[in-house]
Write a protein that binds this ligand. Structure first.
Ligand code: IMP
Length: 424
């Protein structure tokens, strides 16, 4: 298996965990390169369900090395909780390594995430409240605390005291919030530092060496294309680069090392949080998709908004990620619907057609989706073991999607487990 990158191509929750899990079982090294514990990958393996937030899915396979690159933001308390939870279930985390350049989420980041959302009122982004945005803000302001700092006590104490004092001024004077007890935080984080120290290593060097040794590398994406800080529905996005290019920077390897780029989508569209969603279904069909597809957030439990498959959005993802192929999940959820719709363009109130995803989300506000329709399929497809076993109408829908996306669909998901992914 050459190197592979797996990215989400909608608004997240496309079932990347399952696809990543299949590929991780064939890989030597799995690398995470962006985002933080805002991600939630549900993996079903050996009859068990694992909910991973920060640790790469390869951890479930003995001998697979798991690296967290410099582009990821680390919540020390959360990653230690995840390590402990996995260890209690007999999963060995000694193959985990975290880049010292990765930035640390501090309690003030979480506090400011909540306060800034509250200040936005109705314009809230609907963040996960994990402090992701404020942590990346400090990184790019060049005032952040890196894992390297955390595990060097003298540097950490000095930096945390200075940054913490400043953050308390922002929390109290700008937002009218309660200040944090910075000395107590420093004490608490010292303990985390001791426990995290054995995992710290240069992920860029480790990944480069693994590539040179001919190892199979899987770059595991988190979030998705439409949540990318540049290519997503700004400002309703996360603060990192979930597109494939982000994997190179966030792991510390050249773009030429990324190999095959695989985009994961659902056979329909969902999104969590606010922001435009042209194919959203606020009706019985939307409810049916939500309930049948169990569309509730892994990290926050929030009900997801649901809608038809949007091929304009996927074509955007094909281009900005340089996708080689798609893995499309949850075809089983659509079984029994008489007609299936695919959005191929957006129509503005003045009649203009938008065939490319626009830069400004306001252009989408009053735009209506232009649909192509195809007859639905029925029956229980979740037991199909091969692509050829799928009903003809389902295969027609898959080819319909390929035509409008301009990208081959190589994996077809018909149920939640790994065995229910049909590879073409
Ligand atoms: P943040 O990443 O917590 O700042 O949240 C920004 C936006 O990204 C919100 O709309 C979140 O719901 C969304 N988001 C962040 N991570 C994920 C994810 O892993 N899946 C789906 N949505 C996400």
């Amino acid at each position: 298996m050459p190197s592979k990158v797996v990215v989400g191509v909608q608004w997240g929750d496309e079932g990347k965990g399952k696809v990543i899990d299949i590929l991780a079982s064939r890989a030597d090294v799995v690398v995470r390169s962006q985002g933080g514990n805002n991600a939630g990958h549900t993996v079903k393996s050996g009859g068990e369900v694992y909910k991973l937030h920060l640790i790469p899915s390869g951890i479930l396979y003995k001998g697979v090395k798991c690296y967290i690159g410099c582009g990821v933001v680390i919540d020390p308390q959360d990653i230690l909780r995840e390590i402990d939870g996995l260890s209690e279930r007999g999963i060995d985390c000694s193959n985990l390594r975290i880049d010292p350049r990765a930035h640390i989420i501090m309690p003030w980041h979480r506090r400011l995430d909540g306060l800034s959302e509250r200040a936005l009122g109705e314009s809230q982004i609907g963040t996960t409240g994990r402090g992701i945005g404020p942590c990346y803000m400090d990184k790019y302001e060049r005032s952040g605390i890196r894992l390297y700092d955390l595990v060097h006590d003298e540097i950490f104490t000095r930096k945390a005291a200075a940054v913490g004092a400043l953050k308390n001024r922002i929390i109290t004077q700008i937002y009218g919030g309660e200040p944090l007890d910075v000395p107590a935080i420093i004490e608490e984080y010292r303990e985390y530092a001791k426990r995290l120290a054995p995992y710290v290593d240069d992920v860029s060097v480790l990944t480069y060496n693994a590539i040179r040794e001919g190892k199979d590398i899987l770059f595991e994406g988190a979030q998705a294309t439409l949540l990318d800080i540049d290519f997503g529905t700004y400002p309703f996005v996360t603060s990192s680069h979930p597109v494939s290019g982000g994997a190179a920077i966030g792991a510390g390897v050249g773009p030429g090392e990324l190999g095959e780029i695989i985009g994961v989508a659902k056979a329909y569209t969902t999104r969590v949080g606010a922001g435009p969603f042209p194919t959203e279904l606020n009706d019985e069909t939307g409810d049916l998709i939500r309930n049948r597809g169990q569309e509730f957030g892994t990290t926050t439990g929030r009900p997801r908004r649901t809608g038809w498959f949007d091929a304009v959005l996927i074509r955007h993802a094909v281009r900005v990620n340089g996708l080689d192929c798609l893995a499309v999940n949850k075809f089983d959820t659509l079984s029994g619907l008489e007609t299936l719709k695919v959005c191929v363009a957006y129509k503005k109130p003045d009649g203009t057609l938008l065939t490319e995803y626009p830069c400004d989300i306001n252009e989408l506000k009053d735009a209506s989706p232009v649909y192509e329709e195809i007859g639905g399929f029925s029956g229980d497809i979740s037991t199909c073991k091969a692509f050829d076993e799928l009903p003809q109408a389902c295969r027609d829908y898959i080819e319909f999607l390929e035509k409008f996306c301009g990208c081959p669909i190589k994996m077809v998901g018909v149920g939640p487990s790994r065995e229910q992914v049909l590879e073409r």
